[in-house]
Design a protein around this ligand. Structure first.
Ligand code: CP
Length: 306
C-alpha cells in the first residue's frame, strides 16, 4: 500500500482505495448519480493494459468518452514491447505524446505505483488492477451498487452492521483486498468464506486482526450480500491441478439464502457460479455492476479533472 501525503485531487493518482477519503467517494458518487460527466477540453486518455481485461478496459474507455476525452488504446501485443522495449520506456513515451489521463492494468502487484512514478505528475493515473494487490475502481463500483440496491445514503459508517460474505479465491484477489478495506471502513461486517488452500492461515489472521473479518471454511449463516470471486488460475502455479470445491459455489437462487449476488467478472461458469444465477436471476447484481462501473469511472475522471 502507498503512504498518502496528498489528497486524491491534488495527487491525481488513484492507485489504492486507501487514496480515497470518505468525502472524495461521496463527491464521486454524487457525480455518478448526476450522470453529468462532460469536462471542457479534457485532452487525451490512454488505456494501457498489460494484462487482459474486458470490463475494466471498455468501461474506462467508455467513461473517458463520456467525459469528452479523445481515447487512445495502447495495444501491448502490437507495441514495441514485442521488440523488447521495456514497460518503463513505453511509459516515458506516453509523456511525450501529451496524455492527460492514463488507466493502467499491471500483471504484478505494485507495478502501477512504479509506472506512475515515470508519468508526468500532471497526468491522472488510474489503477485498473495490479497483480493480486488492488482494484480500487472495482471496489468503488461495488460499493456504489450496494448503496444503490439497498437505498443506503453513502457516508461514514453507512454500512454499519451490514453483513457481506466475500467467497472464493480470496488470497489471489485484488478485488477482495480493495473491497475488504473500503467496506470494513464503512462499518460492514465482512466474512471471508474460502477453502483453506484459497485463504491460508496467515492471510486469514491478517484480515481478522486488521479488518475484523470473520473467517469461514464453509458457507453458513445469512448475508445481505455475497461477493463471489473467480479462481485466479493465472496467478496460481500448477493451477491445472487445483480443485475448487463445489460447496464454495453458488448455482441456484436458494444457495443465496436471501442475499444478493455480486461478482466482479469474468465468471468461471459452473465453477464458482452458474451462468443462470449470474446473468438471469433478479437476485444477481452482476450486470448492474458493469453498468455502474461506467458511471463510477466517468465520475472518477470528472472528479480528478475539474
Ligand atoms: N472485473 C474486472 O476487472 O474484469 P476484467 O478483468 O474483465 O476487467
Amino acid at each position: 500500500m502507498i503512504s498518502k501525503t496528498q489528497s486524491l485531487k491534488a495527487s491525481k493518482r488513484l492507485l489504492s482505495i486507501e487514496d480515497c477519503s470518505i468525502e472524495d467517494i461521496s463527491e464521486i458518487f454524487s457525480i455518478a448519480k448526476s450522470e453529468d460527466f462532460l469536462i471542457q477540453n479534457p485532452g487525451i486518455f490512454v488505456s494501457m493494459f498489460f494484462e487482459n481485461s474486458t470490463r475494466t478496459l471498455l468501461s474506462f474507455e467508455k467513461s473517458a468518452l463520456n467525459c469528452g476525452f479523445k481515447v487512445l488504446r495502447f495495444e501491448v501485443a502490437n507495441s514495441s514491447i514485442a521488440k523488447e522495449e521495456t514497460e518503463i520506456n513505453t511509459i516515458r513515451t506516453i509523456n511525450s505524446l501529451g496524455a492527460a489521463s492514463v488507466a493502467l492494468r499491471c500483471k504484478k502487484s505494485g507495478e502501477d505505483l512504479l509506472f506512475s512514478k515515470y508519468l508526468n505528475p500532471k497526468i491522472s493515473v488510474l489503477n485498473g488492477g495490479d497483480g493480486t494487490n488492488e482494484h480500487p475502481t472495482q471496489s468503488l463500483l461495488d460499493c456504489f451498487t450496494l448503496c444503490e440496491h439497498f437505498k443506503i445514503k453513502f457516508g461514514t459508517a453507512c454500512l454499519k452492521g451490514f453483513k457481506i460474505g466475500i467467497m472464493g479465491d480470496v488470497m489471489h484477489s485484488r478485488v477482495a483486498r480493495s473491497n475488504i478495506f473500503l467496506l470494513s471502513k464503512l462499518g460492514a461486517e465482512i466474512t471471508l468464506i474460502s477453502p483453506p488452500n484459497f485463504l491460508t492461515q496467515n492471510f486469514a489472521q491478517y484480515y481478522k486482526l486488521k479488518f475484523g473479518c470473520k473467517i469461514l471454511h464453509k458457507l453458513e449463516g445469512k448475508f445481505e450480500a455475497i461477493m463471489l470471486l473467480r479462481v485466479q488460475k493465472e496467478r496460481i502455479e500448477g493451477s491445472g491441478k487445483i480443485c475448487y470445491p463445489s460447496s464454495f459455489g453458488l448455482f441456484n437462487e436458494e444457495d443465496l439464502n436471501g442475499a444478493v449476488l455480486l461478482h466482479p467478472g469474468p465468471i468461471n461458469a459452473g465453477v464458482e457460479v452458474s451462468e443462470k444465477l449470474a446473468y438471469e436471476s433478479p437476485f444477481s447484481l452482476v450486470s448492474k455492476q458493469v453498468e455502474n462501473g461506467v458511471k463510477v469511472r466517468s465520475a472518477v475522471l470528472k472528479f480528478l479533472h475539474t
